[in-house]
Design a protein around this ligand. Structure first.
Ligand SMILES: [Zn+2]
Length: 147
């Protein structure tokens, strides 16, 4: 067993604690760091799981990236891709929907692409989610080259 962040060997207690509370294998130090990030930003657990899955896939993600106005759940800065995890997708209100649209408009203007992913998708289709994001990253890279 090893920490998926720093690759340090971890014992059973650390394994049990991190997988039970965060759903990923982390050493004590990284469990503490991630829990701090969650407390400060109200980060969904699925964002943490997707972050590490993307990291493993070599996508260089950043967790809770500050874009100057708000904290983005996951950002892939190389291609200006922001990923937001929606935790209450079914309960979306019209106020929330128009706010999301406005945010999307602002980020497009600044050259950013924002995708919103319902947390259930990450829970049930983590690998497919990662594959699709890798495809989006490739598409964005190709577009950047054209410009
Ligand atoms: Zn670690």
């Amino acid at each position: 067993m090893a920490c998926i962040d720093c690759n340090k060997a971890i014992d059973y207690d650390a394994f049990k604690n991190s997988t039970e509370t965060l759903g990923v294998e982390l050493c004590e130090r990284h469990t503490r760091l991630i829990k701090k990030v969650i407390l400060e930003n109200n980060t969904p657990l699925e964002a943490v799981q997707l972050y590490y899955a993307l990291k493993e896939a070599g996508a260089n993600p950043m967790l809770e990236w500050w874009d100057g106005q708000k904290s983005v759940d996951i950002a892939i800065s190389r291609v200006k891709l922001n990923i937001e995890i929606d935790t209450d997708y079914e309960l979306i209100t019209h106020e929330q929907a128009i706010q999301d649209l406005e945010e999307a408009m602002h980020s497009f203007k600044n050259g950013f692409t924002t995708i919103r992913i319902p947390h259930m998708v990450i829970k049930f289709y983590l690998k497919d989610t990662v594959d699709n994001i890798l495809g989006i990253i490739q598409g964005l890279k190709a577009n950047i080259k054209v410009i």
